[in-house]
Design a protein around this ligand. Structure first.
Ligand code: 4NP
Length: 156
């Protein structure tokens, strides 16, 4: 899960995914992590506004921010950007066509919000921006996980 700072959207996506993975009893099969294309917040906990909004929905955000690395492209099967800028940055980092094919966008999996095909940056927004991010992610992550389950079934 990748956004710009790895302190708002992607750590939320990370924990929402982990919650769904545990619910579907897939924790032995799927590993999820998050990172940012910008490393300026590396080592930080998620933004307090994101932690507060997430905790009200039962997600305890404990991830420490880190910058996405070239090694992530070898390590992970899917690298999901939150908006078009993240996806463009990730595509620039891909070293091979195989790595390029791993880059996906969270917006593709949003189904309940017809006005959104990306997860907007809430950093300069009020509290409602953080609620919107969680609404979008709770919708999209469940469909993203359906897609990942299909990927796994095709391999087996
Ligand atoms: P995120 O939000 O990409 O969802 O973690 C942001 C966090 C920090 C900054 C921008 C967006 N920043 O400019 O520092």
């Amino acid at each position: 899960m990748v956004c710009l700072g790895n302190i708002c959207r992607s750590p939320a996506a990370h924990h929402v995914m982990e919650h769904l993975i545990a619910q579907r009893r897939l924790a032995d099969v799927i590993e999820v992590d998050s990172a940012g294309t910008y490393g300026g917040h590396a080592g930080d906990l998620p933004d307090p506004r994101m932690r507060r909004a997430a905790s009200k929905r039962g997600y305890q955000l404990t991830h420490r921010a880190r910058r996405v690395s070239y090694a992530d492209f070898a390590e992970f099967d899917l690298i999901v950007g939150m908006d078009g800028g993240n996806v463009a940055d990730l595509r620039r980092m891909a070293a091979t066509t195989e790595e390029m094919a791993k880059v996906d966008m969270m917006g593709r999996y949003i189904t309940r919000f017809p006005h959104y095909d990306y997860v907007p940056d809430p950093y300069y927004e009020g509290a409602e921006g953080f609620e919107l991010v969680l609404d979008l992610l709770e919708d999209a992550c469940s469909h993203l996980l359906d897609h990942i389950e299909e990927m796994i079934n095709q391999r087996n």
